[in-house]
Design a protein around this ligand. Structure first.
Ligand code: SAH
Ligand code: SF4
Length: 345
């Protein structure tokens, strides 16, 4: 069975022709899927009935999320999705007027093993296909639309390391920005990576207008290795790739820095970080650790968080503290684990 969302333009033409239909039908199907969000052929009202039936027989039927949760303040929704082989992933919609942002997963699990991340606990289970990535975006957009809102931003910050699934993430960005597809500006898309230098360079070449966020977490190699044990790249190599990204794209990079109490949250760490970032067009987004069962680390004090931000700013590096939503449904950064374990607070 074919996943309709996995097909690119030319593959869709082939499918339509193999069903004895003219090629232009593929454009209609594409628009139905990516503009209207009709992933089930029976909903494609502008197609002849026999084509709808033959498509239905040929393609996988879309699956509904197996669990939906909404935060108590209503701002954040999370869906647990089961893939065809039984793998579980999560997708989060964050409403924050005037922005509605979907946080997409790019892999089932993740190989990087960051010690503070719930997804990292599972190891890598497998790459997601383009269809599996796009289905999440379509789903989140339909939630927004059902409430009279519109999806405005996409961040690859869910489960997995997007630059370790480069080909499919890159193809998803093409679809998100396709004028016949989601028609979204690349400026509204952000890829967050643990820092894979060669793929940061590829992203700069292939998608120069897409925003880059790099999860650095440490100013020194020793500390970085403790927090991100599997990643092979050195802090120097990551910063070199970011320098090139700056140069190639003319854009500014965001560094994400998860603050762990008494591990990487002192003013000294902040000053050393500022030194490392000198000369880069960069901004630091501080993320106070979100606790999750089984992962290492404690949340820093508010005082330490503010002190860290202030020390960065005094050293000339712009820094913000991430405003987080959805902690009560374990939908915040680092809490996505793709199972039914709940955090009881
Ligand atoms: N793999 C990519 C994208 C997914 S993680 C990456 O690491 O960038 C998205 C962000 O959530 C990353 O910055 C990550 O460091 C952060 N994160 C992971 N676990 C966290 C936790 N327990 N608390 C707060 N942020 C966390
Ligand atoms: Fe993977 Fe990102 Fe989690 Fe690290 S923080 S384990 S790279 S998903």
């Amino acid at each position: 069975m074919t996943d309709l969302l996995d097909l690119d333009h030319s593959q869709l033409v082939e499918l339509v022709e193999s069903l004895g239909q003219p090629a232009y039908r593929s454009k209609q199907i594409w628009r139905q899927v990516y503009q209207r969000g009709a992933t089930d052929p029976s909903q494609m009202s502008d197609l002849p009935r026999d084509l709808r039936e033959r498509l239905t027989a040929h393609v996988e039927s879309p699956r509904q999320p197996i669990e939906l949760q909404r935060s108590a303040d209503g701002s954040t929704s999370k869906a647990l999705l089961q893939l065809n082989d039984g793998e579980l992933i999560e997708t989060v919609l964050i409403r924050s007027t005037p922005r509605d942002t979907v946080c997409l997963s790019s892999q089932a699990g993740c190989a990087m093993g960051c010690v503070f991340c719930a997804t990292g606990l599972q190891g890598l289970r497998r790459q997601l296909t383009v269809g599996e990535i796009m289905r999440q975006a379509i789903l989140a957009r339909s939630w927004a639309r059902n409430e009279g809102r519109e999806l405005t931003h996409v961040v690859f910050m869910g489960m997995g390391e997007p630059l370790a699934n480069y080909a499919n993430v890159s193809r998803s960005i093409d679809r998100l920005t396709d004028p016949d597809g989601f028609a979204m500006s690349p400026r509204r898309i952000t890829v967050s990576t643990v820092g894979i230098p060669q793929n940061i360079r590829r992203l700069a070449a292939d998608h120069p207008r897409v925003n880059l966020a790099v999860s650095l977490h440490a100013p020194t190699q020793g500390l970085r290795r403790e927090l991100v044990p599997v990643d092979g790249a050195s802090v120097d190599d990551i910063l070199d790739a970011v320098r090139e990204h700056n140069r190639e794209t003319g854009g500014r990079v965001t560094f994400e820095y998860v603050l762990l109490r008494d591990v990487n949250d002192s003013r000294g760490h902040a000053r050393r970080l500022a030194e490392r970032l000198r000369g880069l067009r960069a901004h630091v987004n501080l993320i106070p650790l979100n606790p999750s069962p089984g992962v290492i680390g404690e949340r820093p004090s508010r005082r330490a968080t503010l002190g860290f931000q202030q020390a960065l700013q005094e050293s000339g590096v712009p820094a913000t503290i991430r405003v987080e939503q959805g902690r009560d449904i374990a939908a915040a950064c680092g809490q996505l684990r793709g199972d039914r374990v709940r955090i009881l607070e």
